[in-house]
Design a binder for this molecule. Structure first.
Ligand code: NAD
Length: 293
């Protein structure tokens, strides 16, 4: 059976590292990294995410500044707030929690965030830099997956990585990151033919689809490393469960290593957000940061 990749433990280590470095920044440079989190409206899932981000930021020694705006906030008002945060020297990272209400143009809002403060890594400048293989702020979920892979495998070079799902927030940036690690990358999606056969060739499988247990045991090459990004809420036998995009009970028998859901990729995402805020704060003063774990 596969070994379990303990995302919770890795995330705790990463948060401890952020905390350690934040303390050092404060002592040596009088600099406290600040993360502004903007939430428009009252989506219950977003509310939980934002509360977690604020709490973990505080625990890691970052200043977190929460901006909760009513659903009827206009696009102009939101853009004005972002402009203000862009110019605020105490703010090093700006995160606008998505999705936004329908009357606000998401893309316009993402464009408005200063690229140097874009800790989600969604601004086209950062997207472009990532695809050009340049150093930049990396989207948090693929960043977390990369750190888990580096920790699990002795080397990524030359391995065949098959990514299932081509979203802008997970699949596409994941492909760019793994190319930079010298993997051979295949990016698959809903129109891919013979998906099972493509996945059978993979040394690394990354599932980011949003379909419960799509990836089956007989799709997996024995010994492969399987990362499950999916978070799906299902009800089975009257009980609510969180399940991934991978049929865990089948795949765990075949794979070499696998992330559980929950407790795999999820905890890494927020830890990487904190790490990005630290990177942005250092960048604002030209301070070099030592490498992540
Ligand atoms: P998305 O809906 O934006 O994209 C899904 C992708 O899957 C699309 O590219 C689509 O082409 C592909 N797809 C759909 N059906 C398919 C099929 N049958 N076969 C192959 N490909 C198919 O989703 P997303 O935002 O990338 O999120 C994917 C999953 O990851 C969701 O479950 C989401 O909740 C989860 N997620 C988790 C985290 C985390 O922190 N762990 C972060 C982001 C997303």
């Amino acid at each position: 059976t596969a070994s379990l990749i303990d995302g919770k433990a890795h995330a705790a280590k990463l948060r401890a590292d952020v905390r350690h470095q934040a303390t050092r920044l404060l002592q040596e440079y009088g600099l406290q990294p600040g993360l502004a989190i903007v939430l428009v409206g009252s989506d219950p899932a977003s509310d939980v995410y934002v509360r977690n981000k604020v709490r973990q930021a505080a625990e890691a020694g970052l200043a977190s500044l929460e901006h909760r705006l009513p659903t009827e906030t206009s696009e102009a008002e939101l853009l004005a707030l972002i402009e203000q945060l862009n110019g605020d020297p105490a703010v090093h990272g700006i995160l606008v929690q998505l999705p936004l209400p329908a009357h606000i143009n998401e893309s316009k809002v993402i464009h408005a965030i200063a690229p140097s403060k874009d800790v989600d890594g969604f601004h086209p400048i950062n997207v472009g830099q990532l695809s050009a293989g340049q150093e930049t702020l990396i989207p948090c979920t693929p960043y977390g997956v990369l750190l888990l892979l580096r920790n699990t495998l002795p080397s990524l070079e030359g391995l065949h990585a098959v990514i299932v799902g081509r979203s802008n927030i997970v699949g596409k940036p994941m492909a760019q990151l793994l190319l930079s690690e010298h993997c051979t990358v295949t990016l698959t999606h809903s129109r891919t033919r013979n998906l099972a056969n493509v996945v059978r060739g993979a040394d690394i499988v990354i599932a980011a689809v949003g379909k419960p247990r799509l990836v089956r045991g007989d799709w997996i090459k024995p010994g492969a490393c399987v990362i499950d990004v999916g978070i799906n809420r299902v009800v089975e036998n009257g009980e609510p469960y969180l399940v991934g995009d991978v049929a865990f009970n089948e795949v765990v028998e075949i794979a070499g290593a696998i992330t559980p859901v929950p407790g795999g990729v999820g905890p890494m995402t927020i830890a990487c957000l904190l790490r990005n805020t630290l990177i942005a704060a250092c960048g604002s003063r030209g301070i070099t940061l030592s490498n992540a774990l």
